[in-house]
Design a protein around this ligand. Structure first.
Ligand code: DC
Length: 232
């Protein structure tokens, strides 16, 4: 008998890029044994598929049909999750800055969001799911028992990005441009008509500007225990 996957608990973590969502979601998935959905990767894959096909990302209709027929797979390797597109490992490619900017653009198309909706919901499996994104608590999993909105000031998120690039050995880092790009992306993600970035009414809002990863993690885990969503 097919079980309704709505019975499996979801922890949604929404917020802008650089807020620490990715790290927190990995820690939560490890601690709970739940699977992990990186929904941003699906928007990045759509953008990369459009770039590879030479499709202008202003072409909403064609980009939407690319999202509908996205041939992708998240492959578990012994050390990480490999993101595949048409059989190629694109784990690194989807993290490119130009792909991120294009993803923000294509994510504003309602048809693209609709095309990716069921793919995201399919990740809800036993024993539960940690969902990382922008509209996990508002649109994709509105019935999730635990919803978090994680944010941080634009300046703090820009500082984190600069540090990441420095650690990756990047030279000639334009700090002002990084901050401006973050502000531009925030503006686009929060002001779009389709599923804008905003906390769900019942979300726990955490500001990581002055909280450590450990503080954020422990606050969410306290919620997990108090809601009793882990199987004994
Ligand atoms: O989290 P990220 O940087 O990988 O996301 C890439 C882009 O995709 C980002 O600009 C916003 C968009 N996105 C979205 O609109 N909805 C989601 N659930 C996840 C990401």
């Amino acid at each position: 008998m097919m079980m309704n996957n709505k019975v499996f608990p979801v922890i949604t973590v929404d917020g802008p890029s650089g807020s620490g969502k990715g790290t927190i979601c990995r820690l939560l998935a490890e601690a709970t044994g739940f699977s992990l959905l990186d929904s941003g990767a699906l928007y990045r894959l759509t953008a990369l598929a459009a770039i590879r096909a030479g499709v202008d990302r202003d072409n909403e209709e064609t980009v939407t049909s690319i999202a509908q027929s996205l041939n992708t797979e998240f492959k578990l390797t012994p050390t990480a999750i490999a993101v595949m597109l048409d059989g190629d490992d694109v784990t690194q490619d989807i993290r490119r800055e130009d792909v991120g900017m294009a993803a923000s653009k294509v994510a504003a198309y309602p048809g693209v969001r609709e095309a990716l909706l069921n793919r995201q919901r399919d990740f809800r499996q036993q024993p539960g799911l940690v969902a990382d994104g922008r509209d996990m608590g508002t649109v994709v999993f509105p019935d999730a028992p635990i919803k978090v909105f994680l944010t941080a000031s634009a300046q703090e998120r820009a500082n984190r990005r600069v540090k990441q690039l420095q650690e990756a050995g990047e030279e000639n880092i334009d700090k002002a441009k990084i901050l401006a790009d973050i502000q531009a992306r925030d503006e686009r993600d929060s002001s779009r008509a389709a599923a804008p970035l905003k906390p769900a009414d019942d979300a726990l809002v955490l500001d990581s500007t002055s909280l450590s990863i450990t503080d954020v993690f422990e606050t969410i885990m306290a919620e997990v225990y108090s809601r009793n969503i882990l199987q004994a």
